[in-house]
Design a protein around this ligand. Structure first.
Ligand SMILES: NC(=O)c1ccc[n+]([C@@H]2O[C@H](COP(=O)([O-])OP(=O)(O)OC[C@H]3O[C@@H](n4cnc5c(N)ncnc54)[C@H](OP(=O)(O)O)[C@@H]3O)[C@@H](O)[C@H]2O)c1
Length: 315
């Protein structure tokens, strides 16, 4: 059996595997194969969301692996997320149940509020006018009460948030009966999020790092060198006899986060989990941290008019 990733303790005593498979941007059929291959390669943590429109396929892949006996339900950590169009409190529990039906699971290990702002509800995932998102002023604190209900009903073992800034987290922590266990945020050497990671650490909230490779499929602004082509990282990859992606993922892990790289390429799925057999020196971590330029792959600028938009504040 391939070596598994270590686990990290959440503030409710549960464990999350320290690396997971991202599943966004799939064409039909791709994600099923990727999830199955990932399980075979030692992944025990899968990240999905209603808005990725692939929960059924993720569920099919998991069922196949359960039936094969490759893995048991309780050995896999599955995360999904409540989309922005479903923040109205009455929608939260039914939306979570729909996700469970699609995933063919009785519970998710982690259910996240995908963004702090809400969109107009309806069938469209991205309601917009002239490229501007149609938002509503539903308060995420009201949504959160029903996220807690998902735990009370046994639909989710843990709950958390994604893309929340420090002020939003503070406000949530003051009101919450059940504390969020996770804040899932974009994190890579070009946006290393040191302040928000420290803020979360002090409050016993684990950070999951999305787009840990700065998503090379998204074109950088003019003149920007894609992260995986960075010469400094190439030198470090040669020094540690690893690939640039492995050095980047190890860096993100050593920042104290749980990276969830997405790959649907077998070789890369295997490559990305092999980061637990080496350690970057403190000097090299410091050197990589100098690459930070607060570059966001996903500024989600179409919602920047919302009063709950998270990225106007420094962190
Ligand atoms: N909460 C949120 O708002 C949010 C936002 C964005 C993403 N996410 C989650 O985070 C996951 C990861 O983020 P992401 O998909 O944006 O970006 P990412 O993981 O940084 O990058 C994915 C891209 O990198 C390529 N890649 C993967 N491994 C590689 C390797 N070893 N060498 C070279 N290229 C490699 C993949 O190509 P191939 O597939 O062709 O290998 C894919 O194009 C998502 O899938 C999703 O689950 C959450």
């Amino acid at each position: 059996m391939p070596p598994l990733a270590p686990t990290v303790k959440l503030n409710n005593g549960r464990d999350i595997p320290a690396l997971g498979l991202g599943t966004w941007q799939a064409t039909p059929g791709e994600v099923r194969e990727a999830v199955k291959h990932a399980i075979d390669a030692g992944y025990r943590h899968i990240d999905t969301a209603a808005v990725y429109r692939n929960e059924s396929e993720v569920g099919e892949a998991l069922q196949e692996k359960f039936k094969e006996g490759a893995v048991k339900r309780e050995e896999v950590f599955v995360t999904s997320k409540l989309w922005n169009t479903c923040h109205r409190p009455e929608l939260v529990v039914p939306t979570c149940k729909k996700t469970l039906a699609d995933l063919k699971l009785d519970y998710v290990d982690l259910y996240l509020v995908h963004w702090p702002f809400a969109y107009k509800e309806g069938d469209e995932f991205y309601p917009a006018e002239n490229g501007i998102a149609i938002t509503t002023d539903i308060d995420y604190l009201d949504t959160w009460k029903q996220m807690e209900e998902c735990v009370n009903l046994g639909l989710a073992k843990s709950i958390g948030v994604s893309n929340f800034n420090s002020k939003q987290l503070s406000r949530l922590l003051e009101a919450a009966t059940i504390k969020p266990v996770i804040n899932q945020i974009e994190c890579h050497p070009y946006l290393n999020q040191k302040k928000l990671i420290e803020f979360c650490k002090q409050r016993d909230i684990v950070v999951t790092a999305y787009s840990p490779l700065a998503n090379p499929s998204i074109t950088m602004p003019a003149g920007g060198l894609p992260l995986l082509q960075n010469p400094k990282l190439k030198l470090l990859a040669a020094k540690y006899k690893k690939t640039v992606a492995q050095v980047v993922l190890r860096y993100v892990f050593q920042l104290g986060t749980v990276p969830i790289p997405k790959s649907f390429t077998k070789k890369r799925i295997e490559e990305n989990i092999r980061i637990f057999d080496f350690e970057l020196s403190n000097d090299d971590v410091t050197d990589i941290s100098k690459l930070n330029k607060n570059y966001r792959v996903f500024p989600h600028a179409q919602a920047k008019h919302s009063k709950y938009y998270p990225f106007h504040d420094e962190f």
